[in-house]
Design a protein around this ligand. Structure first.
Ligand SMILES: [Zn+2]
Length: 125
């Protein structure tokens, strides 16, 4: 597959489908939706339902204006959330919604940022 800039919704959907396969997430039902803007100035976020293989990737219009490598990293980061969704879900069941969960999620964000950069730089697409 040739490297493409992610400047259209179709580009984002194609890139997401490719990395969904690469990350072994084919059993997940992932719906991508596009929005004028997201909370807190985010460009993308992933939401899933605990216990189901059903998720939603929300993408803001700003995502289409990101540098290609940044947009790719963001898609990979959001998909990695699903790889670790069982860990996140189990942790939440054990510790609840307090400070421990908040700190766990902050560390998870950092870990996924690092992983997504490495995978994006690996240039598998
Ligand atoms: Zn994240």
């Amino acid at each position: 597959m040739t490297k493409k800039h992610l400047t259209t919704r179709e580009d984002i959907e194609r890139f997401t489908a490719c990395w969904r396969r690469l990350l072994g997430l084919t059993q997940w039902d992932i719906v991508t939706s596009f929005h004028k803007e997201l909370d807190d100035g985010r460009t993308m976020d992933m939401q899933w339902i605990r216990g189901y293989l059903s998720a939603g990737l929300r993408v803001s219009e700003d995502a289409l204006r990101l540098r290609p490598s940044r947009a790719e990293k963001s898609v990979i980061h959001e998909l990695l959330h699903l790889v670790f969704a069982p860990v996140d879900d189990r942790m939440e069941l054990i510790v609840g919604h307090g400070t421990v969960m908040l700190e766990f999620r902050q560390e998870m964000e950092r870990a996924l940022d690092g992983l997504s950069v490495r995978l994006q730089e690996g240039g598998y697409v």
